[in-house]
Design a protein around this ligand. Structure first.
Ligand SMILES: C[S@@+](CC[C@H](N)C(=O)[O-])C[C@H]1O[C@@H](n2cnc3c(N)ncnc32)[C@H](O)[C@@H]1O
Length: 446
């Protein structure tokens, strides 16, 4: 930069900074005068110019761009709040997620094998919570802008095409509903039998609204549309031709409306495989205790390896799993594991525990698990901060890391899913450690 530009910049309050990292919401991180600041749309390694407005830095220009920078492909990227880091290449993003998990694991364990990693392809998301907003002459359906109104999703590189294409006719049918007086929510799941919709509106559906939704379901081959008043838990089926299903392992499950599903079919398979590979050697009679089982994503495939005793807090999800489990070695129980965690005596017969808790982590369940006699654990996590806290407790109780898998199923966001295999069985730890040292390249290999 020449001297005149530097003097002009100093007079107009323009400053330069080197971006040192990526924050957990996808903003670039830099340090100035001993303080940490975040700048959206910047990447680690970049040199940028910015100006403070009050205490908030505002990006002026990217002076030296990172090799990981790309032009975002989505045409509504500047408005839609869905993709925080579409200006980063997907391999760089996967590598950032993998590094993040490696650092997390290294802060807890001393022996950390390199994580396996997987990234779901674009346009495969099969579950999304969308906001619906009535506007003059129609509706917008989309994600919320950062701190703002829903942005109409006229383009999306994330959503599966079957769901994206449905948005156009959905705008028409939703615009015609009397119950849609302002904001509404639409949860869309893509099951094996097609889209499964759950609509939440501020006021109750009239019989004319119900008839319109039923006609829409018939016209678009949608097996089920459910409805719930905004903010309430009770869900009512408005239209159903046949039971919608999704296959887990060798069973077809009819999940409840708005059920939890892993975000993409491809990532679900990787998570299932990582969990199955992380189980210790089992006899068919061995007991796998599964916590936070949902409607059986992991339960059904695991039941080929042992008897699964599954616990799930959501009554409808547990009921779906129970119905689908017929004839298999599965006992599915409804249990709130926050209010009533399993205690060490409840875990006495477990050969292994598999847990896939919600975003907040395993909370009050983790201490009894640590105090139990269980030697092997497989932990599926969607929140690195909660995972770290739970791993610290488990490590103190003697668990060591056997392996981990990082799954990027929320493309262009900073969300990351991790499958962690843990053991406090000295023989398994020793076996894994010597297997790793045998397969590590020796110095003479280079
Ligand atoms: C991340 S999902 C995993 C579900 C399932 N393993 C899957 O892959 O589809 C977490 C599950 O925990 C359940 N859950 C949330 N809070 C719970 C609680 N307090 N007690 C028991 N289950 C709970 C949710 O209903 C949800 O099914």
């Amino acid at each position: 930069m020449d001297v005149i530009t530097m003097m002009n910049n100093a007079m107009s309050g323009v400053l330069n900074a080197k971006i040192e990292g990526l924050g957990t919401t996808g903003d670039g991180v830099f340090y100035h005068d001993g303080k940490t600041y975040f700048l959206p749309n910047t990447l680690p390694g970049e040199t940028v110019s910015f100006r403070f407005t009050g205490d908030t830095p505002e990006l002026i220009d990217i002076l030296e761009a990172s090799n990981s920078r790309v032009q975002p492909s989505c045409t509504i990227i500047n408005d839609c709040g869905g993709c925080a880091v579409q200006h980063m290449t997907l391999p760089a993003l996967l590598s950032w997620k993998t590094d993040r998990i490696t650092r997390l694991l290294s802060s807890v364990f001393s022996d950390v094998p390199e994580p396996a990693h997987y990234q779901t392809p674009p346009r495969t998301r099969r579950r999304m919570d969308l906001a619906v907003q009535r506007i003059p002459g129609g509706v917008h359906i989309g994600l919320h802008a950062r701190n703002g109104d829903p942005v109409d999703m006229i383009a999306c590189d994330v959503l599966a095409p079957e769901l994206f294409e449905l948005l156009t006719p959905l705008r028409d049918v939703l615009a015609g509903l009397g119950a849609l007086t302002g904001r509404a929510d639409l949860q869309i799941n893509l099951l094996d039998t097609g889209p499964d919709l759950t609509l939440s509106t501020p006021t109750a559906l009239s019989s004319a609204d119900r008839a319109k939704l039923a006609a829409f379901a018939r016209e678009h081959n949608i097996r089920r549309i459910a409805w719930t008043p905004i903010g309430k838990r009770e869900i009512e089926t408005v239209a159903q031709s046949r039971a919608p299903t999704i296959r887990f392992g060798s069973a077809d499950v009819t999940p409840p409306p708005a059920a939890f599903l892993q975000a993409s079919r491809e990532a679900e398979r990787v998570i299932q495989d990582a969990v199955l590979a992380g189980l210790p050697a089992l006899n068919k009679k061995d007991i796998i205790v599964e916590l936070y089982a949902g409607c059986g994503t992991l339960t059904l495939p695991m039941s080929d390896n042992g008897r699964v005793i599954a616990y799930e807090g959501d009554v409808s999800a547990a009921a779906s799993l129970r119905t689908a489990s017929g004839g298999r070695r599965i006992d599915a129980h409804t249990r709130d594991l926050v209010r009533q965690p399993l205690l060490p005596p409840d875990l006495k017969t477990a050969r292994v525990v598999v847990l896939d808790p919600p975003y907040t982590g395993a909370g009050p369940q983790i201490e009894p698990l640590a105090r139990s006699t269980v030697k092997d654990l497989v932990y599926v996590s969607c929140n690195p901060a909660a995972l770290k806290k739970d791993l610290q407790t488990l490590h103190k109780a003697g668990f060591e890391l056997i392996s981990s898998t990082v799954v990027d199923q929320f493309l262009w966001s900073t969300e990351v899913e991790t499958v962690v295999v843990l053991s406090r069985d000295p023989k398994r730890i020793k076996r894994e450690s010597s297997r790793r040292s045998r397969s590590a390249p020796s110095h003479s290999d280079s």
